[in-house]
Write a protein that binds this ligand. Structure first.
Ligand code: HEC
Length: 118
């Protein structure tokens, strides 16, 4: 094999591996423990519960609402990280709907992915 052929083969194998990794990643199971921990730490659980309605809808209700929408993850990540979304609570006051401590999109995506899997 010529050196050029070897290099080009190496590139296509690497390319295929990267594509495969991305594909698998898109369907990979979420890390539920990390998601729950983050939800607790960034006070999502103050207003949300996995099953019960609190101030906010349950994660199950949210998952049901977005079922079958492939862009739901991106949409919700954008929504909650915009820093501009406000929620109105039952006593009439409004609060910013956002993460308190985390700006790490990988962890945020994991949490939203977990919510959508409820
Ligand atoms: C102060 C109460 C409160 C806190 C804290 C809170 N939420 Fe919410 N959340 C709500 C309410 C109320 C709604 C429903 C109204 C809405 O969708 O804007 C909601 C809706 C949502 C939705 C669905 C949005 C949609 O478009 O259907 C998601 C996803 C969500 N919250 C995630 C989170 C996450 C993640 C956190 C933690 C970083 C969090 N929430 C913290 C009150 C809260």
């Amino acid at each position: 094999m010529t050196r050029q052929a070897r290099t080009s083969m190496l590139f296509s194998v690497t390319g295929a591996a990267i594509m495969l990794a991305f594909t698998l990643n898109a369907f990979a199971d979420v890390d539920a423990d990390a998601a729950k921990k983050l939800a607790r730490k960034d006070s999502c659980l103050r207003c949300h519960d996995a099953r019960k309605k609190k101030e906010g809808p349950s994660f199950q209700t949210i998952a049901y609402k977005y079922k079958g929408q492939p862009d739901a993850l991106d949409k919700l990540v954008k929504h909650i990280t915009s820093g501009e979304d406000r929620v109105k609570l039952s006593d009439g006051h409004e609060e910013l709907h956002k993460f308190d401590t985390t700006t790490d999109t990988v962890r945020i995506r994991n949490l939203i992915g977990w919510i959508l899997a409820q």
